[in-house]
Design a protein around this ligand. Structure first.
Ligand code: KDG
Ligand code: MG
Length: 402
């Protein structure tokens, strides 16, 4: 089998998605996601101008060699744009391989390690009472694990809490919006949210929280300690992780489990975190970390150090990535949990898929390949729209982490 064509499409059924379609001389095609929120056209150009011409004529079964060709062959390594482009190719090739062998991708990754993939939902509210209601709503929908975020008194907006009852979507049209942040107000508020939540939910429900990289290590250590009585499943992105040693300090002070990695692109971003056992869950996504080929290596390395997976799965990762993450989650032994933010009905219509949710678990389905398709005619009705993630500043105007 030979690759005959590789083409990129960008569609915006509510938000932007970059999709790579790789076609072969045997009529089988595969899909890969290359969406990088707020920087979509950079990946699209990288794929179209620099990657697609090198794929023509290659054997799509050679996933390892093609991965190395694109990674080592570029000379320039890592980075979100190139690793998302490599992921788009890699996932499309696994899709082709599954279709050609008439088997779901999970069978190519080791087969089923479990019956279903535990997922967590996003619940939020403008204040604690509204957040409590939204957590209860998600439990009623069948979720066994729920991430909770709430508005903070004295701050007009914060990460994870939508305005006006809309589903949460951080990228907005126009130039980046700016919001104001106070760590002090946040640290006073979050323990109150989880005290009430644990009381309302009982012991069984898994509760999670995302700090979204906004604390220093010592602040994160204090929050982890304050949250210990409420037994979180994880505290996510407590601090930025360019300096992996940040997590040593947090770890020394708290038994609250720690998760990080949604902005990582390669195992090298997490090497010390994993080897030193400073984290419990590695959250890299299939799309931003080089695809299934690289993520399988990340999972195998993490398994040596008791670190489990918890792949990023926000709505800015397309249904192609959701499908890939579910095949991966069904197969890898040290799977922990998978994030699940349902896409809009428009997005689901553009990407018909076989994955499903039942009783707190998702399943990728048993269709050959990934089990997800692209309705190209429908996709063409939603042209690209420039959108940016917001910018965050402290109350005194200092630019801060969003
Ligand atoms: O594009 C950025 C989002 O994917 C990110 O803000 C979502 O933190 C996030 C999460 O945990 O889903
Ligand atoms: Mg996050």
């Amino acid at each position: 089998m030979k690759i005959t064509k590789a083409s990129v499409s960008i569609t915006s059924p509510g938000r932007n998605f970059v999709t790579l379609k790789i076609e072969t001389d045997e009529g089988i095609y595969g899909l890969g996601d290359g969406t990088l929120n707020g920087r979509e056209l950079a990946v699209a150009a990288y794929l179209t101008e620099h990657v697609a011409p090198c794929l023509i004529g290659r054997d799509p079964f050679q996933t390892e060699d093609i991965w190395q060709y694109l990674y080592r062959g570029a000379y320039w390594r890592r980075g979100p744009v190139s690793m998302s482009a490599i992921a788009a190719v890699d996932v499309a090739l696994w899709d082709i391989k599954g279709k050609a062998l008439n088997t779901p991708v999970y069978n190519l990754l080791g087969g089923r390690s479990r019956d279903g993939v535990l997922v967590y939902a996003h619940a939020n509210g403008a204040d604690i009472d509204k957040a409590l209601d939204d957590v209860a709503r998600h439990i009623d929908l069948g979720y066994l694990a729920v991430r909770a975020q709430s508005g903070i008194p004295g701050l007009a907006s914060t990460y994870g809490v939508p305005k006006g009852g809309q589903p949460y979507e951080p990228a907005e049209k126009g130039l980046p919006k700016e919001s104001l942040w106070s760590t002090e107000k946040y640290l006073r508020h979050v323990p109150k949210l989880f005290a009430k939540l644990r009381d309302q939910c009982g012991e069984e429900v898994h509760l999670l929280h995302d700090c979204h990289h906004r604390l220093t290590p010592i602040e994160a250590a204090r929050l982890g300690k304050d949250l210990e009585p409420y037994r979180l499943f994880w505290l996510e992105d407590p601090t930025p992780a360019e300096l992996q040693e940040n997590f040593r300090l947090i770890r020394q002070h708290t038994t609250t489990p720690l998760a990080v990695g949604e902005v990582f692109n390669s195992i090298w971003d997490a090497q010390d975190l994993i080897r030193s056992q400073w984290i419990d869950y590695i959250r890299m996504s299939i799309v931003h970390a080089g695809g299934l080929t690289h993520m399988k290596k990340v999972a195998d390395f993490a398994a040596l150090y008791n670190v489990r997976t918890g792949c990023h799965g926000a709505t800015d990762l397309s249904p192609v990535t959701m499908a890939a993450a579910l095949h991966f989650g069904l197969a890898v032994h040290n799977f922990g949990i998978q994030e699940h933010m349902p896409h809009t009905t428009e997005t689901d219509a553009v990407f018909p898929h076989h994955y499903s949710f039942k009783g707190g678990y998702m399943h990728p389905g048993d269709a050959p390949g990934l089990g997800v398709d692209l309705d190209e005619a429908l996709a063409a009705k939603y042209p690209y729209q420039r959108a940016y993630l917001p910018i965050n500043r402290k109350l005194d105007g200092t630019l801060f982490d969003w």
